[in-house]
Write a protein that binds this ligand. Structure first.
Ligand code: GLN
Length: 508
């Protein structure tokens, strides 16, 4: 039995039945990481020894007939934005280099309780700000389908490690598309649950009204398995939903007959790559063949999604990131050592005399040294938009447009059950292509930010490949708490198609 080729569902069954040991499975994936990750850079930390000890303990408990958790022996990689008490948590920032949180994020604690084996922490855009993983302070992730291309972001490490068989499943976070877009560009399945479905406690905050944790996997069935462990109420997160968690895995069976899927004409406007458009249309046809009906729906305010998101998210980020001042948290500049300018890195040297006190100097230098250019850009944008003279013109207005965007979805879901479309306007783009053009990078999020602004659910999965061999992603969006339907529709599609089974050839 070759562990790297088994689905998460099959791995869990095989380990429980004793067909394969948890140690064999952990070794297979850890060895794959050792071989392949030099070329991909998906991991910021590999938890080899602890993972093997944990796997050996699971095997011993199984042999002794003791109870095992639902994910016993399943290797899981976790985005480095989630706190882990036994592993560093850096958010891919110099600001948190070497940081060891005093506690596990709620999701990490649940994974541990379920006996999942935590294999390591995955690379990402710094503080989850970005769409290509190039904003990591520890180097970009390379897309396993073409190492010269970006894997998407910000959960690019989580997407790439699943695509390259370095972990059967991974955990990501999605503030404006960071699970769905990299899943789309790496040819895997990623679910952004409804806001509040999965606890955010211990997820390093980016934009608290938008952030949501979710599974990244090879299939909807595997994502459903992970959701059963990570979803659910947590009194430690004030925005956590109290609704009962459905048994996602047992709700996959029903056929799609009568399912109404909406199609938004504006999704097929300028900027959409023709090969992506073709793949997406083919997926609509496949859903139709499976018994669904396709209907035109309108999201009239979706065109304001990027403008709205790029006010709301930076405003919240500027507030959330105020805590990294070198005293409460994070990198502290050494006293008296003037910060040196790094040309082209967005840093500026300050003469010592410019600071009103040594404390202010320490704050400023710590933040100047610790944060990368995109994080600084967001903090400045957010601080500006929240400042007294501009608050109404930018932040308050963005909140009003956010309501309109949400209302569009509520209206559309009066007519259809789900909305389908592209997840990203292009397939994976070359590393470096958009790094000097922040606006071009922001536009990559045009199909994904609406889901977060509305607080609803979305899933993305592969629906074809370009002639050049790059995956094309399809996105389904559904009303609040529609995860069972999103997973079921995707699972049905994946039973009828083979796209999600294709693996990249990573030559290592
Ligand atoms: N690409 C988006 C951004 O840069 C989304 C990031 C996210 O979802 N974390 O903000």
């Amino acid at each position: 039995m070759q562990p790297l080729e088994l689905t998460a569902v099959d791995l869990v069954t095989a380990i429980r039945q004793g067909d394969i040991s948890a140690v064999q499975v952990a070794e297979a994936f850890l060895n794959r990481i050792a071989r392949a990750d030099g070329a991909i850079n998906a991991f910021l930390h590999v938890n080899r020894d602890a993972a093997l000890t944990q796997a050996a303990d699971i095997d011993a408990r199984r042999k002794a007939g003791k109870p095992l958790g639902p994910l016993a022996g399943l290797p899981v990689a976790v985005k480095d934005a989630l706190c882990t008490a036994d592993q560093p948590t850096t958010c891919a920032s110099k600001m948190l280099a070497g940081y060891r949180p005093p506690y596990d994020a709620h999701v990490v604690a649940r994974l541990r309780q379920a006996d999942a084996v935590l294999v390591g922490k995955t690379n990402m855009d710094e503080f989850a700000m970005g769409g290509s993983n190039e904003n990591s302070a520890f180097g970009p992730v390379h897309n396993p389908w073409d190492l010269s291309r970006a894997p998407g972001g910000s959960s690019g490490g989580s997407a790439a490690c699943v695509a390259a068989d370095m972990a059967p499943v991974a955990i990501g976070s999605d503030t404006g598309g960071s699970i769905r877009q990299p899943a789309g560009l790496c040819g895997i399945t990623g679910l952004k649950p409804t806001y509040g479905r999965v606890s955010r406690r211990g997820l390093v905050a980016f934009a608290s009204s938008l952030d949501q944790i979710g599974p990244m996997a090879r299939s909807a069935a595997d994502a459903a398995l992970i959701m059963e462990t990570i979803a659910g109420h947590d009194p430690g997160d004030a925005t956590s939903l109290t609704d009962e968690v459905p048994q996602y895995t047992s709700m996959l069976e029903k056929p799609l007959t009568g399912l109404r899927i909406g199609r938004v004409a504006e999704h097929f406007g300028p900027g959409l790559d023709p090969e992506v458009a073709h793949g997406v249309e083919e997926a609509f046809a496949a859903f139709k063949a499976a018994g669904a009906t396709i209907h035109d729906v309108a999201l009239p305010h979706a065109k304001y999604g990027i403008a709205t998101y790029y006010i709301v998210a930076p405003c919240e980020a500027s507030s959330n990131l105020a805590r990294y001042d070198g005293a409460h948290y994070g990198h502290r500049a050494e006293p008296g050592k003037g910060h040196r300018a790094e040309p082209g890195k967005g840093h500026r040297a300050e003469p010592a005399a410019a600071f009103e006190s040594p404390l202010v100097e320490m704050y400023c230098r710590s933040r100047a040294e610790g944060f990368g250019p995109e994080v600084k850009r967001r903090i400045m944008l957010g601080t500006y938009a929240l400042s007294s003279g501009y608050y109404d013109a930018y932040y308050a207005k963005a909140l009003r447009v956010r309501r309109l965007i949400r209302q569009d979805y509520l209206d559309a879901f009066g007519q259809v059950d789900l909305i389908g479309g592209p997840v990203s306007p292009t397939p994976a783009f070359p590393l470096g292509e958009k790094t000097n053009d922040p606006l071009a990078m922001y536009l990559v999020d045009m199909y994904t930010v609406g889901t977060n602004l509305a607080g609803i659910g979305g899933i993305s999965f592969p629906c074809g490949f370009t002639k050049g061999g790059l995956p094309i992603g399809f996105q389904l969006q559904g009303p609040a708490l529609s995860e069972p339907l999103l997973l079921r529709a995707t699972d049905r599609y994946q039973r009828l198609t083979e796209w999600h089974r294709r693996r990249p050839q990573v030559t290592v």
